[in-house]
Design a protein around this ligand. Structure first.
Ligand code: NHR
Ligand code: GAR
Length: 213
């Protein structure tokens, strides 16, 4: 059995998608939030998962929070640590400690739009496609090796909320899949690339807006 620890900051719908996926061989050992008002903690508790709040505001600085967080996580002997809407930047020491077993989902097609407010920035850029990326976390923000990406169209009537909803729906598909690949031991990091054994080989292009028939 592989132990999974999931870190959230809010609603936790990606955490929920992972829990509902019931990945064979994976046990969600704990869900930890850095904010007491993270509503995802209630879902975790209701599903018999240990739900922990570690309020970053209770710590003197980032290093102290990182260290306390690391100790809480390590108590569960995790094989994989999953950032699911986790909103605190983590220090180099923390990231190095979990190297190769720490993953994040970011709401853009990296390397486009690292950081915050990705949907607004995608709309402003005029891009006609946008999406989400699951990646291994490295010290440099939103820059680690990519496991999987989902592309959605940007539609003419989109506002930030509509685009975010379309992206989130795909996040809920790709994040459980990526975690499953890791739990099954099928991923290998080769430089900036991630190789997935025996993955589907669909070479279809995604074009937005669609070409005329
Ligand atoms: N830490 C490292 N070292 N590397 C990454 O790739 C990380 C990370 C921590 C979180 C998630 C990331 C995202 O997917 C993530 C990736 C928070 C911020 C941020 O600026 C940026 C990126 C991400 C998460 N946070 C502010 C901060 O001061 C707080 C913002 C808030 O609380 O609303 O930490 O986008
Ligand atoms: C998701 O869209 C996730 O990609 C994004 O926040 C949302 C969290 O939703 N993550 C970040 O922006 C990280 N900086 P959720 O709490 O319902 O999973």
């Amino acid at each position: 059995m592989k132990n999974i620890v999931i870190l959230i900051s809010g609603r936790g719908s990606n955490m929920e998608a992972i829990v509902r996926a019931a990945i064979p061989g994976a046990r969600i050992a704990a869900v930890i939030a850095n904010r007491p008002d993270a509503s995802g903690l209630a879902f975790a508790s209701a599903h018999g998962i240990e739900a922990v709040c570690l309020d970053h505001k209770a710590f003197a600085d980032r290093a102290a929070f990182d260290e306390a967080l690391r100790q809480r996580i390590d108590a569960y002997a995790p094989d994989v640590v999953v950032l699911a809407g986790f909103m605190r930047v983590l220090g180099e020491g923390f990231v190095r400690h979990y190297e190769g077993r720490l993953i994040n989902i970011h709401p853009s097609l990296l390397p486009a739009f690292p950081g915050l407010h990705t949907h607004r920035r995608a709309l402003e850029s005029g891009a006609t496609v946008h999406g989400a990326t699951v990646h291994f976390v490295t010290a440099e923000l939103d820059s680690g090796p990519v496991l999987v990406q989902a592309v959605v169209p940007v539609l003419p009537d989109d506002d930030e909320a509509a685009l975010a909803t379309r992206v989130l729906q795909e996040e809920h598909r790709i994040y459980p899949q990526a975690l499953r690949w890791i739990v099954e031991g099928r991923t290998r990091i080769a430089g900036q690339r991630v190789l997935v054994q025996d993955r589907a080989r669909d070479q279809a292009a995604l074009i937005s807006p669609p070409l005329d028939a």
